[in-house]
Design a protein around this ligand. Structure first.
Ligand SMILES: N[C@@H](CCC(=O)N[C@@H](CS)C(=O)NCC(=O)O)C(=O)O
Length: 225
């Protein structure tokens, strides 16, 4: 099936995942890139007009305009991947695949973003909301690190869409939320492995030229906030 996909990519945002997914699958696509507005770093007006959600990522395919990362992943995997980058229900690691595919945007990233807003609103690390959120984030990283101590990829033995989904929350997101992952050596090694994938490099070069992927243990000091 021929793709007519357009990826509306907001630079330095989670739409990098969709570009990476399409590069891994060798799906042809048009890339339209947009810069965040300053100083608030929101999507620009022309981006927000594409879909009422106004958030990145957004894709178009024929007459369809689709937002929401997980919906976009499911759409691309179902329509264009022909079974690649996902595991079937008969696979012994199917449950792990589903868990890690949805964990990033279901729990990990909402936790990190909540913590960012709590801190930006002046809450101290010791405040109840920050402590509860931080605990959940720590548990997530511990589980992820333990998983990657045993397996090369999040689903297990195979590289899947769960990896394409998860890396942004550990890398580019740290431009905005500068957390360290130095206590999680298996995550650090995993990020390095991911950064060597040819499709990841192509996606980052096309989508965010000049941005060095934030694969290192510590976040940069010049984070955007
Ligand atoms: N749950 C949504 C979240 C999308 C989202 O918040 N994207 C951010 C970029 S990482 C965004 O669009 N920020 C700019 C803005 O809100 O104007 C998804 O996964 O698509």
């Amino acid at each position: 099936m021929t793709s007519t996909l357009t990826i509306h990519h907001l630079r330095r945002s989670q739409s990098e995942r969709v570009v990476w997914l399409c590069e891994e699958l060798s799906i042809p696509y048009d890339l339209k890139s947009y810069d965040r507005e300053t100083p608030n770093l929101v999507a620009p007006e022309d981006y927000r007009k594409i879909h009422w959600a106004g958030t990145s990522p957004i894709i178009e395919d024929g007459g369809l305009v689709l937002a929401e990362t997980n919906a976009i992943f499911e759409y691309i995997l179902t329509k264009y991947a022909n079974g690649r980058l996902s595991l079937p229900p008969t696979h012994p690691q199917y449950g792990d695949y589903l868990f890690w595919l949805h964990r990033a945007n279901g729990t990990m990233q909402p936790g990190l973003v909540t913590l960012m807003f709590l801190r930006l609103s002046g809450n101290s690390k010791e405040d109840f909301g920050c402590k509860v959120t931080q605990k959940r984030i720590d548990e997530n990283f511990e589980a992820m690190d333990a998983r990657l101590a045993k397996f090369p990829f999040l689903a297990g033995d195979e590289f899947t869409a769960a990896d394409c989904m998860s890396v942004f929350s550990l890398t580019t997101l740290r431009l905005f939320i500068p957390f360290s992952i130095e206590s999680y050596p298996n995550i650090v090694k995993y990020l390095e492995r991911m950064s060597h994938r040819a499709a990841y490099k192509r996606a980052m070069d096309k989508g965010d030229p000049g941005l060095e992927p934030l694969i290192f243990a510590n976040a940069p000091e010049n984070a955007l906030w």
